[in-house]
Each structure stands twice: as structure tokens, then as C-alpha cells.
Design a protein. Sequence first.
Length: 130
Amino acid sequence: MIAGYEKFVIDLEMCGIMARYMNGIGLEEEDFAWDAYRDVPPGGHFLGAAHTMRHYDTAFYQHGVFNMDNYEKWEAEGSVDTYKRAHGIWKRMLQEYEAPPIDPAVRDALQDFVARRRADIRAGKLNRPD
């Protein structure tokens, strides 16, 4: 796949992952989670620790396209692959799109510019005048 809306959605996901990666790891006292190590007994887990709850939403990149479920769950939920999921995402994005407000004068100026350029191109004037 070299182009397409699905690839664009997947590329956006990859950009999000890379942006999170580039944030690096924290080196502040809070980042080391010493309180969690103190509070969780040997053999326990950190999922319910206060530190985990404070940082869960920001500690990991929340995937929107890639499925992180195990194979059995993925299969039970219909085996939706990344391409199909990306297809559904761009369709939903397009359906839910709301054009941002634009000043009527700006809109008119843009429409005039497009009309002039189309006329120039049809007349063989491919380069914009300086």
C-alpha cells in the first residue's frame, strides 16, 4: 500500500506512536514509582496501585488502529485487521467531519482564486504570474 486513506490513517497512528516515543522516559522522583514498589507486596501486581492509576492515561500510547488483543479475542471479535479498521476510521472521520467556520470574505477570495487559476490553466498559463 503506497497511498490511500487507510494508509494515511495508519501513518497518523505511527506518528502518534513516534511522538509518544520521542517524549522519552521521565527521570523525576514521581516517575520512578517508589511508592508503588513500597505499597505492592511481593507476588502482587501494580495494576491497582495508586501510582498506576495516576499515570495510566498518559504512560502509554492508546492505539486506535492497531489491535493489541490476544489472537483468540481478536478472532472472536471478527478478525478485523489493521487495514479494515483504518478503513472504518477514515469513513467515520469523513462522516463526522464538520467544516470549520470561515469568514465569508475569505471564502469568496479563495473561490475567486481557484476560478482564476482554473481559467489560467485551461488557457495554457500553467505558471503563476509573479
